[in-house]
Ligand binder design. Structure first.
Ligand SMILES: O=P(O)(O)OC[C@H]1O[C@@H](O)[C@H](O)[C@@H](O)[C@@H]1O
Length: 283
């Protein structure tokens, strides 16, 4: 099915549907399952999204790479039986709108609330995501409260970035932020972050832009309506335990996730909306 000159709907061999975008400005893939973007290649540049070579694109499983949407909780829930990172990343979202102008293709999707188990999310609400695909990628995740009482949630746009060598990769722009690491802290980030071991840091009071310095160039990651972010690399031992992840792949990826977690938890009042935004580009 074709939506505009540059956008058509395609399907993997395993049956998962995705928007296949090939515009003058970029190439992208966005799966309806999880509303998950897995490829974003600005014309003439490298892909900004990393996906595991072991990924097998199965129904009901979040793709290991791109940008899984973690909602309406980030990480492990207090009730340990509930799914890690919420459930939105496993549900098939509804395609809402595709538009194309000379500076971007815009694709929006919404989470069908009919599919949501009310024990996990008993609130009257709307969740929409818009992808703005131009020379850079912008992702806008909007929660709207349609009920009579406020609700609170944590969330993240869990972006996987590529690098050819994690040991020669650093993240700049977190200096001065506070972080929690493996449940300990808060500590203060004093310098650029390098990678020599498992990294799983939740930052608060983080500046709105970070730069990832990789051997291939500098990736700029921006956030709006978010003062928290998560930096993750599983390193050797955890790599062996992860699904759809090769043992050595930790050497070629990292996650820097635009979040609303810890003291940055979002409360949405009745009739109000909150939009978490991340922008990603080669600098
Ligand atoms: O394997 P999952 O559920 O996609 O999670 C991947 C990682 O996601 C990160 O955001 C967490 O900080 C890690 O602790 C976690 O391992």
């Amino acid at each position: 099915m074709e939506f505009s000159n540059s956008v058509k709907l395609a399907r993997t061999d395993t049956g998962l549907e995705y928007f296949d975008v090939k515009s003058p400005l970029c190439q992208a893939k966005i799966f309806l399952q999880g509303a998950q973007i897995t490829e974003f290649i600005p014309t003439g540049k490298n892909d900004l999204m990393w996906v595991s070579a072991d990924e097998d694109y199965q129904e009901g499983k979040s793709v290991r790479g791109g940008i899984p949407i973690c909602w309406p909780w980030f990480g492990v829930h207090d009730n340990a039986d509930w799914p890690a990172h919420g459930f939105a990343r496993k549900i098939v979202w509804r395609a809402e709108q595709v538009t194309e102008t000379s500076d971007a293709v815009r694709i929006s999707l919404s989470l069908p609330m009919m599919q949501v188990d009310r024990q996990f999310w008993p609130h009257e609400s709307k969740l929409e995501v818009e992808f703005i695909l131009g020379e850079q990628l912008e992702v806008r995740l909007t929660n709207t409260n349609l009920g009579q009482t406020p609700f609170s949630l944590t969330q993240a746009l869990h972006t996987y970035f590529p690098t050819s060598d994690i040991k020669n990769t650093t993240v700049d722009g977190l200096q001065g932020a506070k972080y929690i690491e493996f449940g300990e802290g808060p500590f203060e980030q004093s310098d650029k972050v390098g990678f020599a071991r498992e990294t799983d840091m939740v930052y608060t009071q983080a500046a709105p832009v970070q730069c990832i310095h990789t051997p291939e160039g500098v990736i700029e990651v921006g956030r709006e309506n978010s003062t928290s972010c998560v930096l993750w690399n599983p390193w050797i031992e955890k790599s062996k335990r992860l699904s759809n992840f090769q043992n050595e792949e930790y050497l070629g990826m990292l996650c820097l996730e635009a979040a609303n977690v810890l003291e940055d938890t979002v409360t949405v009042e009745p009739g109000q909306s909150h939009t978490l935004v991340t922008t990603v580009c080669w600098r």
